[in-house]
Design a protein around this ligand. Structure first.
Ligand code: NAD
Ligand code: GLY
Length: 363
């Protein structure tokens, strides 16, 4: 079974991201190759949508390789990214007799990956984990880079830890079962990568029927993982200003998610609205050519991503949500701008008033 490999360059903690179609059966052998740190017992954490689709293949592969997996399923959806759910998983792992030699497999989208990764970060003060991402967002973004965590009552991702996986196995065939809306929201993160790092990715997205084209998907996912891996390799803990570029479109995006209430917009849909606002500000403040901004907007439109705010979401609600964002906590506005397709930088020159105008322009 052929797959492509991208390495996340983190020295002794470097790990492989394996990308290909129908490669779930490779999971057991690949974990076996990782050797001593991987005891016999592991927890496979998944959600109620993914379990009936892919858990059997994952469990069979692990068992055939001599592991003893325990399946732990949480309700699908963002509400599972919560401290009490993480605590419940730890309790279930203790009850199942998993000790410090155990390890975790996160099988699912970004919710399961963030949650199970966080559990792996805190269980016995940290045990190894493997990401098996099954959404576009998870394959191109959340499964790579070691950001794990859960949401707090007052905001998303406020409780968490950096904990890198030991392996990521991205089976692009699993993306075939995503509802079109979930597939398209993930493409918003790909469009973000194109804007900040690789403009030619916009052409790769033009493949007809991308969701069900394993060769085109493998190529697109690999190129996105290369972008994410390179950035994480250089700025693992987001201290050098490079990883922050991944927040292009996310400042307004997070505000939309927050103001609308989680569940109304999918993460990538909110990011799409944020990308529209960020493009406008990039034209105004960084000299992005309007026709280049238009290429991003055209790509968003092709994947039917939202580009206009509904009337019931007021600009003031969004600005209030923006001010709750941890990036604005010290009153300093840091906004990612794109001066040319494929390049980005963090600017301190964008004022709250300009962001407010860009939000207003989303109507
Ligand atoms: P998700 O995990 O909720 O998955 C979306 C939906 O698709 C869910 O209902 C899920 O059950 C279902 N699903 C998953 N795989 C499927 C498949 N193959 N077939 C059919 N249905 C499937 O959400 P997501 O969009 O993958 O991720 C969003 C989350 O990721 C957010 O919580 C966000 O904060 C987080 N995130 C984290 C990072 C990071 O760096 N850690 C980066 C980006 C996003
Ligand atoms: N998704 C943003 C990051 O990983 O830094």
């Amino acid at each position: 079974m052929h797959f492509e490999t991208v390495s996340v360059p983190l020295g002794e903690r470097a790990y492989r991201v394996c990308i290909g179609a129908r490669i779930l059966p490779q999971l057991g052998p690949l974990c076996r190759e990782l050797g001593g740190a991987f005891g016999r017992r592991c927890a496979v954490v998944t959600d109620t949508n993914v379990e009936p689709l892919y858990a059997a293949a994952v469990l069979a592969s692990l068992e055939a390789a001599g592991f003893e997996p325990t399946l732990l399923t949480v309700p699908a959806g963002e509400t599972s990214k919560a401290l009490h759910v993480a605590g419940g998983l730890c309790d279930r792992m203790i009850a199942a007799g998993l000790d410090r030699k155990a390890w975790v497999v996160a099988l699912g989208g970004g919710v399961v990956g963030d949650l199970a990764g966080f559990v792996a970060a805190i269980y016995y003060r940290g045990i190894p984990f493997v990401q098996v991402p099954t959404t576009v967002i998870a394959q191109v973004d959340s499964a790579v880079g070691g950001k794990t965590g859960v949401n707090a009552t007052h905001g998303k991702n406020l409780i968490g830890a950096f904990h890198q996986p030991r392996l990521v196995l991205a089976d692009v065939a699993t993306l075939g079962s995503l509802p079109a809306r979930e597939f398209n929201e993930g493409v918003a993160e790909i469009i973000k990568h194109a804007a900040i790092r690789d403009r030619s990715l916009l052409d790769a997205l033009a493949a007809p029927n991308l969701q069900h084209d394993p060769a085109a998907l493998t190529e697109v996912i690999r190129r996105n993982v290369e972008i994410k891996a390179a950035i994480v390799g250089e700025d693992e803990h987001e201290t050098k200003g490079l990883r922050a570029l991944l927040n292009f479109g996310h400042t307004v995006g997070h505000a939309v998610e927050n103001a609308a209430g989680y569940g109304r917009y999918l993460h990538g849909e909110a990011v799409a609205l944020g990308l529209v606002a960020a493009c406008r500000l990039s034209v105004q403040k960084a000299g992005l050519a309007p026709e280049e901004a238009q290429r991003i907007l055209d790509a968003l439109a092709r994947f039917r991503l939202p580009m206009r705010l509904p009337a019931d979401l007021s600009t003031e609600d969004l600005v209030a949500a923006l001010l709750k964002d941890k990036k604005f906590a010290q009153g300093e506005v840091r906004f990612v701008l794109c001066p040319r397709l494929g390049e980005a930088f963090v600017s301190k020159e964008v004022t709250l008033e300009e962001i407010r105008e860009a939000i207003e322009a989303l109507r």
